[in-house]
Every structure is written in structure tokens, then in C-alpha cells.
Design a protein around this ligand. Structure first.
Ligand code: KG4
Ligand code: ZN
Length: 351
């Protein structure tokens, strides 16, 4: 089962070839981060124009590196949502054009399903069925979710952020601290040697009861907007703190408040759902402090932790080709690409 994956949902143009949902033959990602850095965030029109420029060379590169010709492919899997409409359109159009030209069928894939599956791109990860049900903490710039995965095509949303995503909170916090974009890695760097318990920033929804819109238990959900606001006020009240050497403690404390909130919900839901396997995926899972705290939590709870390999945490096409191949091998039908779906919810690899 040879799958070409194409990903363009945000600001990375990516293509990859994956065999049988597990073996990555090639994986090419062209990050546009330098183009967006001057604006402190992703500018949709700049992103889609950059995708137009990069898409064909990135796909050609992935095919060449894999040593594969189009006739050998079983499908072309492409992210059709969620994401920026004008960015998704470039990948979807490329996949449709390639499919028409080569006769290889296309398969529309949910970007979030790709992230969930990314832990299985680790060659050392056990077979997926041995890890189910899997409780996944998905932490990206746009989403913060707790999802129970019962098979490659059955996902249940158990909790999510009620406002900012954790990556967004890190990005916005970094801007307030005068650090660069994207903020997550900048805060991680600045936090080196800092005291994570120095400033008691809020942990969000600590004493939540009842349910929130959508019927999710409030104590399984997250809120990060208060964290960012409290940093804003702290900086207003302590305007000289950063230039007086306070940055490491500030960055470490801010990051720790966000991670405490993630780990608190993850611990509770792991116990309540009685799962034996937990996972963490998405760009924020690159953070070494978060990775080591997850290791500690898994050891305390006596469960097995799967973490996406560093290179597959941030957006990439290997996770798209991977989940597409895994789903097809388990009898899922292909999903002809009809449109782009900027707000696509997560209920199956294709949703
Ligand atoms: O998964 P991703 O590449 O894109 C989305 O689908 O959103 O995640 C991007 C997010 C950004 O908010 C970025 O700041 C964060 O991942 N991130 C990190 C680190 N590397 C990337 N956050 C914390 N520590 C990192 N080392
Ligand atoms: Zn993503």
C-alpha cells in the first residue's frame, strides 16, 4: 500500500510517501515561517501564494527521494480540512490534478486524524491495535483536545479548549515577552535555567463542574485565555522585569502553567477512562519540558506513553499518508475530494 500524502492546511507545504501506513519512504516539509515572522503570525494570503510556488517542487522531491513513480502509487491522500481555506485549496487542487493526470485515486483526509496517527510513524511504536483504546492529547497552534481513539476510524472527543489553543497561548505569550515567532520554541529556549514555580500563573478551569457546550465535562476542558491576560497584567505591573534578567523565570513559569493544565486533565481522564496507553501529538509536543513531564505522569499512572517523533509533531504529510494507508488497509473506503472544509470536525480519518 503506497500512499503519496499532501499537506497544506496552514503554513507548511509538505509531501511524503509512506508504505503500509508505517514506513516513511520520503518526507519533505517546506516551512514558510520566515515569510510570516515579520507579521508575528500566519498571513493567509502569503501562505497560499507560497503554497502555489512550493507545491510542485515539494511533491516532485518527495517522489524522487522515495524512488517511486506515479504508476506504483495506490492513492494520493490530501488534507481537506480543517485549516485555512485558501491554503487547503492549493493542496487539494494539486491532488486532484495529479489524480486526473495519473489515474491514481485521491483520498481526502482530516488533518487532526493525521496528527493523532503520527505516533505510529515511530518505527519503534507497537502495532496500533495493541495500543487501543488510546487517549491522545493533541496540542497544536489551533487545537487543544483530549481524544479517545478506539480504532483508526473511531474517535471520541472527550475534552477541548474553550478559548485559545495551548500553542496559541504560547505564541501570544512570547509576543508579550518580546520573543520571536513561533512562540512555543522561543519560550522553551528562554525558559532554560528559569524557575517554573516562581510566578503562580492561573491554571484555568481548575474547579470546573458540569458540562460545557457540546456536552463535554467541564473538568475535562481547558482554558488558556486567562493565562495570557495574567501575563499581560504582570508585565504592565513589572515593566523592567525582563531587562533586569527576569525572562528565564517568567518564561519557565508561563510554560509550566500551560503544561500543568494539560497534565491535570490528562491525568484525570486517563484514570476515568481506565486506558493503558496515552499519547501526545502536535507542534507543542516538541517541547522537552512537556515531554519529560509526560514521561513522569505515565510512570506515575503505570501506563504506556507514545509520543510523536520530533519531526512528525509539527505539520507534515507523512502523518496524512500514514493514516490514509492505515485506514485503507483496515477496510475503510477512499474519500473522493469534493471541497475544502476549514472547520472539519474529527469523527474519522476523513470525517
Ligand atoms: O502542529 P503545528 O505545527 O500546527 C498546527 O496544526 O497548529 O503546531 C504549531 C504550534 C505553534 O503554536 C508553536 O508555537 C508550537 O506548535 N510549538 C511549540 C514548540 N515547537 C512548536 N510549543 C512549545 N515548544 C516547542 N518546542
Ligand atoms: Zn497541525
Amino acid at each position: 500500500m503506497l500512499v503519496l500524502g499532501i499537506e497544506s492546511s496552514c503554513d507548511e507545504t509538505a509531501a511524503a510517501v509512506v508504505r503500509d501506513g508505517r514506513e516513511v519512504l520520503s518526507h519533505v516539509v517546506l516551512s514558510q515561517v520566515a515569510k510570516h515572522r515579520p507579521y508575528g503570525g500566519v498571513v493567509p494570503e502569503i501562505a497560499s501564494r507560497a503554497h502555489v510556488e512550493a507545491m510542485a517542487p515539494v511533491i516532485n522531491d518527495a517522489m524522487e527521494r522515495a524512488g517511486v513513480v506515479y504508476e506504483e502509487l495506490d492513492q494520493i491522500a490530501v488534507t481537506h480540512g480543517p485549516g485555512l481555506a485558501s491554503s487547503l485549496l492549493i493542496g487539494v487542487t494539486a491532488a486532484k490534478a495529479l489524480s486526473l493526470r495519473t489515474g491514481v485515486p485521491e483520498n481526502g483526509i482530516n488533518h487532526l486524524a493525521g496528527h493523532l496517527y503520527s505516533v505510529f510513524l515511530d518505527p519503534d511504536a507497537p502495532p496500533m491495535e495493541e495500543c487501543l483504546p488510546l487517549l491522545v492529547l493533541l496540542v497544536t497552534g489551533g487545537h487543544t483536545m483530549l481524544i479517545r481513539m478506539d480504532s483508526v476510524s473511531e474517535y471520541t472527543l472527550l475534552g477541548q479548549t474553550l478559548d485559545d489553543a495551548v500553542g496559541e497561548a504560547l505564541d501570544k505569550g512570547a509576543t508579550l515577552m518580546g520573543l520571536g515567532y513561533p512562540g512555543g520554541p522561543e519560550i522553551e529556549k528562554a525558559a532554560q535555567g528559569g524557575d517554573p514555580r516562581k510566578h503562580p500563573f492561573p491554571r484555568g478551569l481548575q474547579k470546573g463542574q458540569g458540562t460545557v457546550a457540546g456536552g463535554l465535562a467541564r473538568d475535562r476542558c481547558f482554558s488558556f485565555s486567562g493565562l495570557k491576560t495574567s501575563l499581560l497584567y504582570w508585565l504592565r505591573d513589572n515593566p523592567d522585569a525582563i531587562q533586569n534578567g527576569g525572562l528565564p523565570d517568567l518564561a519557565a513559569s508561563y510554560q509550566e502553567a500551560a503544561f500543568d493544565a494539560l497534565l491535570d486533565r490528562l491525568e484525570r481522564v486517563t484514570r476515568e477512562e481506565r486506558v493503558q496507553h496515552i499519547a501526545c501529538v502536535g507542534g507543542v509536543a516538541k517541547n522537552r519540558r512537556l515531554r519529560s513531564r509526560l514521561d513522569e505522569l505515565a510512570a506515575t499512572l503505570g501506563v504506556k506513553l507514545l509520543i510523536a517523533p520530533m519531526t512528525y509533531c509539527t505539520d507534515n504529510a507523512a502523518m496524512i499518508a500514514g493514516v490514509a494507508g492505515a485506514a485503507t488497509l483496515r477496510g475503510q473506503s477512499l474519500n473522493p475530494v469534493a471541497d475544502v472544509f476549514p472547520n472539519l470536525p474529527l469523527s474519522s480519518p476523513k470525517s
